[in-house]
Design a protein around this ligand. Structure first.
Ligand code: 9WN
Length: 449
């Protein structure tokens, strides 16, 4: 399917409405992930949100990242949620009970797990655009990189050490939420070994009140497992070594690893350009080493049969062969040109974006040709605009601007109704989950810039 360029009127309407959504979700120093379903700051959402806001205001975008860093733990971990204000979101701070953790930050309540390290990718893009604009924006962005370089490095080092203690080159996650793709079929096999115990405190879900149809969200049985893992993290006092010894879910995540590799290279690039991170601590070299280790780990995970990267269940030692969009991790971190070309063709071909049943030729979370594909269940098939943005970004970076533009135009066509939904039914094009989702509006702005 060929998709045409949106008209000038459509572009004007879309950028106006996307800007409006981000302003409406702005709470001053941070942006809520969505108005009702997610009334807090989420870690990887904040990265996407920052790059969208940067198209309108570089200072406000940098503040978004600064605000996120206010939640950084002493270990370097950037938590997946910052609870700046009270709300009815579940699980809230009383369930996370991070007061048991010595490393928690002062002054802001947070969750106790993390999310994919997209932030430096966003920052590098913001810096690049600010330099194009020049003047005060450029000065502010460069100053911000100098000011925060060590914090980003600490975040990456946390993932590279506490979450890869044996140097496999794959970042270990302790909860499906850490992947950002909560109920993806990637995690079905490891979750089968997660067994909530009767002494888990009871809970009532709040999420279902905010969606039209519960089948768009994870099931109750899945939620019980999610909450049990939270309980296991609390009981381990959020100490990664203690959790590793006792926790049910320990998996090497290829998408997180690829993002870490890409982000570490970009951090090293920024450090070199600005003459920082070269001192005694050798931040630039440390970043390069992290990039190399995780790129190697991702490339090693690729299945010769499917050409897709695979997560590794570190409890059972099994590779997880699932046709999810995370399989395109090597496209994000590069390192093997033949594989990049193979993945480009696969991504645009009939098992993925070119599948004949798709309403828009946009990356689905799971291949429609896979038996695991579900049309309207969360990360089991629907299209998430941020994933499409990531793939377009990766194609551009691998020297494939035409393929990247194809995804960009298809992504814009999908968003033309300006609902900025959380995710989309891939066959009908229907909007699913939350409306006015901040990161969806943000990537529309970036695609239009
Ligand atoms: C749990 C905020 C977040 C995204 C995740 C998405 C969803 C939360 C939830 O919403 O997860 O973290 O309650 O379902 O899966 O990727 O960051 O938009």
């Amino acid at each position: 399917m060929t998709v045409s360029q949106p008209s000038a009127v459509e572009i004007g309407l879309m950028s106006g409405r996307a800007g409006y959504v981000l302003r409406a979700n702005d709470r001053g120093a941070f942006t809520v992930a969505s108005p009702t379903l997610y009334p807090h700051m989420w870690s990887w959402d904040a990265g996407f949100v920052a790059l969208g806001i940067a198209t309108v205001s570089v200072p406000r975008a940098l503040n978004e990242l600064r605000s996120l860093l206010s939640g950084q733990w002493a270990t370097g971990m950037i938590p997946h949620i910052l609870f700046h204000e009270p709300s009815d979101y579940f699980p809230g701070p009383e369930r996370w009970r991070t007061q048991v953790a010595a490393a928690r930050p002062a002054g802001v309540l947070t969750s106790g797990i993390c999310q994919p390290p997209i932030h430096v990718i966003a920052l590098s893009r913001i810096l690049h655009d600010a330099r194009r604009k020049g003047g005060a924006d450029q000065e502010l962005a460069e100053e911000f990189v100098r000011e925060t370089f060590d914090s980003w490095l600490a975040w990456h080092q946390y993932l590279a050490t506490a979450r890869d203690p044996y140097s496999y080159g794959l970042v270990e996650i302790h909860h499906g939420w850490e992947s950002g793709m909560d109920d993806s079929p990637r995690w079905d096999s490891p979750y089968a070994n997660v067994h909530p115990q009767p002494d888990m405190p009871p809970f009532v879900r709040a999420d279902l009140a905010h969606v039209a149809d519960p089948s768009q969200r994870p099931s109750d049985a899945e939620y019980a497992r999610y909450l049990w893992l939270v309980e296991q993290k609390v009981r381990a006092r959020y100490d990664d070594t203690a959790y590793r010894a006792t926790g049910d879910f320990v998996v090497g995540d290829v998408l997180v690893s690829a993002l870490l590799a890409a982000a570490s290279d970009l951090l090293a690039d920024m450090g070199e350009e600005l003459g920082i991170g070269g001192g005694t601590a050798g931040g630039v070299e440390q970043s390069r080493a992290i990039a190399r280790r995780f790129r190697t780990g991702v490339l090693r995970s690729v299945s010769p049969q499917t050409g897709l990267a695979r997560d590794l269940d570190l409890r059972t030692g099994q590779w997880l062969d699932v046709e999810s969009a995370a399989g395109f991790a090597p496209l994000l971190c590069g390192g093997d040109e033949a594989l990049t070309r193979r993945q480009r063709d696969l991504l645009l071909g009939p098992r993925w974006c070119g599948h004949s049943r798709l309403r828009w030729p946009v990356v689905p979370s799971v291949s429609p040709a896979s038996p695991a594909f579900r049309e309207q269940t969360y990360w089991r098939g629907p299209q998430w605009p941020v994933l499409n943005w990531l793939m377009a970004w990766a194609l551009n970076r691998s020297g494939e601007p035409e393929a990247a533009n194809q995804l960009r135009l298809a992504g814009l066509s999908q968003l033309i109704d300006c609902d900025f939904a959380e995710y989309y039914q891939p066959v009908t094009g229907e909007t699913l989950g939350s409306r006015d989702q901040s990161w969806t509006a943000a990537i529309a702005l970036d695609f239009l810039a």
